[in-house]
Write a protein that binds this ligand. Structure first.
Ligand code: PBE
Length: 302
């Protein structure tokens, strides 16, 4: 084929594409509100959030700032249980809803949900949950330290405890998990000397994921002879308590993003024992039946 003929065809193609483009735009305007569902309008430009102290809320607020299409949107502060009630109600009625959600959590086992894509990455990618401890703990409690350092489990383990604890107290769910997973627990405690009533304080946060890890580790440490208390506080206080030595250990930091700012602030005054779980995630979550895939596609408030 001659070159100028090829150019000719390309030009014709581009021109017709241009025409099609214009045509679509006109059609959209003409049919406004007819075919195209405005999810923003349907959910009243509102994201259902959780407790204001949660790292998730910082990320969600940042998301509202970073995405231009979320201009005029609001993030509702409340509680995790309130968010879950609204989510359950919406799903029962097949209504649209957008919440801040995360894994590990039983919400994904109970409902058909999806994360909205987050091309700007404001919710981070894969998150870990780390174990942090006060400085000096390795010298003061060498036996406990070994167990804390070895503690590692999978998202499915945490989810199993969380899911069962929907029906029974966390302590019972944790006891059952330990019974069914003696091999894992043995890996953490193998060769560690038992103690006689030494006190250890776990600083935690008030979410089911951390109720699960806290209760499991409380029972494991109790079996080794420790007197264990769990204190649930906001993430900011949790980091502070470890950094100033008021608490001994926490299994609750979500990193690198969710609690990243607190971690940076306190990292020099604490010991990081590394991940106790990998494969956690946070984001905007919607029921599977909603016709939306990306945060980017939400419509701005006019
Ligand atoms: N969460 C659950 C917490 C940490 C654990 C994701 C809701 C948060 O700080 O956002």
């Amino acid at each position: 084929m001659k070159l100028n003929k090829l150019i000719g065809i390309t030009l014709v193609l581009s021109f017709s594409l241009l025409l099609t483009g214009c045509g679509n735009e006109e059609q959209d305007n003409g049919n406004a509100g007819d075919e195209v569902t405005n999810i923003g309008e349907e959910v009243d430009y509102t994201i259902i959030g959780i407790e204001p102290g949660a790292g998730t809320m910082d990320l969600a607020n940042n998301t509202l700032e970073e995405y231009e299409n979320l201009a005029g949107w609001e993030l509702l502060e409340g509680s995790t249980s309130g968010m879950l009630t609204e989510l359950g109600d919406a799903i029962n009625n097949e209504e649209p809803i957008i919440v801040t959600g995360w894994n590990p959590h039983w919400m994904f086992a109970s409902y058909d949900l999806k994360y909205l894509e987050d091309p700007k990455g404001t919710f981070g990618a894969v998150e870990n949950i780390n174990t942090i401890a006060r400085k000096g703990i390795e010298e003061d409690m060498p036996n406990a330290y070994k167990i804390l350092d070895r503690f590692y489990w999978e998202p499915e383990d945490m989810e199993a405890v969380m899911l069962e604890a929907q029906d029974v107290p966390f302590e019972e769910a944790a006891t059952n998990w330990i019974e069914e997973n003696q091999d894992k627990v043995n890996d953490w405690t193998e060769g560690v000397e038992k103690v006689d009533g030494k006190a250890i304080e776990i600083v935690s946060t008030p979410w089911d994921s951390e109720r699960a890890s806290g209760q499991v580790m409380k029972l494991v440490l109790e079996q080794q002879g420790y007197e264990v208390t769990i204190t649930p506080v906001d993430p900011a206080i949790m980091f502070e308590a470890i950094a100033n030595g008021e608490g001994d250990v926490s299994f609750a930091p979500w990193l690198p993003v969710t609690h990243g700012a607190f971690y940076e602030e306190h990292k020099d005054n604490m010991v990081d024992l590394g991940e106790n779980l990998t494969g956690a995630k946070i984001g905007m979550v919607v029921p599977e039946y909603m016709d939306i895939e990306s945060i980017e596609d939400l419509q701005p408030k006019e």
